[in-house]
Every structure is written in C-alpha cells, then in structure tokens.
Design a protein around this ligand. Structure first.
Ligand SMILES: [Zn+2]
Length: 74
C-alpha cells in the first residue's frame, strides 16, 4: 500500500463553517476536504483554501488545501 493520502469530497447541505478561520457562513461558502480515508476533515472557505497548506509526511510535498481539493475532483 503506497498511497499516502486518500481523499474524497462531500457536499454538505447544512454545514457552512470554515474550520481554518472560524467563520460561519463565509462569503462564497465552504468546501470539504477529507484526508487519510476519513481521519481528517477540513471544511474551508475559498481564501483559506488558497493560503492554508498541508504537507504530505511521506513525500514532503507541500500543497494548498485548494490544490488538494481540486486534485481530488479530477
Ligand atoms: Zn476560512
């Protein structure tokens, strides 16, 4: 098993809260990124997605939350 990050997307109906900047109902809404097979959930607004980064502990790769989200869609 070499896959280091497994992620998928949920589209919540009710929740609308950015976990990064602690803003409820941020402008533009939020997206959900689920990492490590569901162990780590991040709900984020658009500005945070572009500024907040995550590091893959296995590869050392640092990517923005938004980039991971975009990657998970494609
Ligand atoms: Zn935010």
């Amino acid at each position: 098993m070499t896959a280091s990050i497994v992620f998928c997307i949920f589209f919540p109906v009710m929740s609308d809260y950015c976990n990064i900047c602690d803003t409820r109902r941020p402008e533009g809404g939020t997206n959900h990124l689920v990492l490590n097979g569901g162990e780590l959930w991040i709900e984020f607004c658009e500005p945070c997605g572009k500024s907040e980064t995550l590091q893959n502990p296995e590869t050392g790769e640092t990517v923005t939350v938004q980039a991971l989200f975009d990657r998970s869609k494609g």
